[in-house]
Ligand binder design. Structure first.
Ligand code: DLL
Length: 442
């Protein structure tokens, strides 16, 4: 452990830190952020009203729209001269969500990520290959900050330029690697194309996250690279990567950095807390942040929490893998489907690579799903004409059957020739809404 006194602190001690952090955060936002002062006043609450964890439900939620409405600096609790860095969300449309950090925030973030790298199996002398994108996105610089705090030899390659990534993995012999799971898979595929055996690198562990991925994807990456892969979670509005991470010992739930973030899990419709172990929307309150302290941020991410102590010795609450996002859930003919569930089913079918896209289409007057998958072996000729028609038909039927029995929906399957579904250098685009392109689109 990087900070054993914190990561394995007693519950009583952790709760004492958390309550102090909660009280000071509430005071800080009330005194420094007009947005929160107004909200608190409307609800008739004062910082002194928050004395126990139960009082937290008196506090208002913060949502993504609040960042947009106060863009760019409206939620900052420090004057701009105290801000040392800006990051932003990885949103694709409109203006990004701007977040800021003081010097202290950056130091704390580095420590949190250093803990994550150690939890993944990293140590000081490692060479560490950082394939998360550097820039406004928090992935690259966030992991970088943690790697430098820990003192590993950081290779700040960023995302993209896959050939160069492979050269450096071969030449610099990193023990650790990080990136989005989909991009790491692209690197692996490219190695295979070049005749390099990905199992032969010096890599021992990988820290993957920033997008939904499944247990099946983990096992594919672990086998292909001969590594241990852990899941890292975070979001820019809260800090960036490191809010939670799995330990390599157990790989069973992500340890939340609870001295920095107070977690709640709520029902997204009633907004009431759900029981431990039940899935709901994750809500975080920061406990030590200076530039952008945040109260009850509704992440839109769905997971459950488990407060049992982990065998690794860490006492922190663990969250499950992210099952999906409240806004990613596809409701087709009344059935709720998560892309991650489809990935899980898909990767159990032999002959497919873990690259797929879910297209939402319009079928007559109804919505439908077209699942685009890609096959592993050459069932197509060079111009993309299928050579083994029967095999492809069988493959389609198998996937359709599995989807029907697990996700309870009937979907259309399109089997694509190898390497034809677009690869990403960062977060993969899994969901494509084509309904508006259809002549009957709404
Ligand atoms: O993705 C921060 C990050 C960087 C996390 C590198 C992990 C590694 P944003 O761009 O603000 O920040 O996107 C945050 O990404 O609300 C989730 O929906 C999703 N996400 C992040 N980590 C995971 C994960 C970074 N491990 C949004 N599993 C979050 C599933 C994840 N989804």
């Amino acid at each position: 452990m990087y900070n054993p006194e914190i990561e394995s602190a007693s519950r009583t001690q952790m709760q004492e830190w958390q309550l102090n952090g909660l009280k000071s955060t509430v005071k800080k936002v009330y005194e420094n952020v007009d947005f929160y002062k107004k909200k608190f006043d409307e609800l008739g609450i004062k910082p002194e009203d928050i004395q126990t964890f139960d009082d937290i439900t008196k506090l208002p939620f913060t949502i993504k729209k609040d960042f947009r409405d106060t863009y760019p600096y409206g939620l900052f609790a420090e004057p701009l001269e105290n801000i040392n860095r800006i990051h932003g969300s990885s949103g694709t449309s409109g203006k990004p969500t701007i977040v800021g950090y003081t010097k202290n925030d950056l130091k704390n973030w580095g420590i949190i990520v250093a803990r994550a790298i150690v939890a993944a199996g990293g140590k000081k002398s490692d060479v560490f290959h950082n394939a998360y994108g550097y820039g406004l996105f928090t992935g690259g610089l966030g992991l970088h900050q943690g790697a430098e705090e820990l003192g590993v030899i950081t290779v700040p390659i960023s995302g993209g330029n896959t050939d160069r990534q492979i050269t450096l993995i071969n030449d610099l012999k990193p023990r650790g690697i990080c990136g989005t799971p989909s991009y790491i898979l692209s690197i692996v595929e490219k190695m295979e194309d070049m005749g390099i055996d990905p199992r032969e690198t010096n890599l021992d562990y990988g820290i993957f996250g920033a997008e939904v991925w499944s247990e099946e994807m983990r096992s594919t990456l672990e086998k292909k690279l001969n590594i241990k892969a852990v899941d890292i979670y975070g979001l820019s509005e809260i800090m960036g990567p490191g809010v939670a991470v799995e330990c390599h010992e157990e790989q069973n739930g992500l340890h939340i950095a609870e001295d920095h973030f107070y977690v709640e899990v709520i029902d997204k419709d009633t907004l009431q807390p759900v029981e431990d172990g039940e899935s709901g929307e994750l809500v975080f309150t920061s406990l030590q942040k200076e530039a952008l302290p945040i109260i009850r941020y509704r992440t839109g991410d769905i997971a459950s929490i488990n407060r049992e102590q982990c065998k690794c010795g860490r006492t922190t609450t663990r969250m499950s893998r992210i099952k999906g996002r409240t806004d990613d859930m596809i409701i087709i003919r009344g059935v709720n489907v998560f892309p991650s569930e489809m990935e899980r089913v898909l990767l159990q079918v032999r002959g497919l690579v873990p690259v797929y896209q879910i297209h939402l289409i319009r079928k007559g007057a109804m919505d439908g799903i077209e699942l685009h998958v890609e096959c592993e072996t050459i069932l197509f000729d060079e111009v993309g004409k299928d050579l083994k028609h029967d095999t492809i038909t069988l493959l389609k039927r198998t996937i359709q059957h599995q989807m029907k029995s697990t996700c309870l929906i009937t979907i259309d399957i399109v089997v694509n020739p190898p390497k034809t579904i677009p690869r990403s250098e960062g977060k993969a685009i899994r969901l494509v809404d084509k309904r508006k392109q259809s002549p009957l689109g709404v």
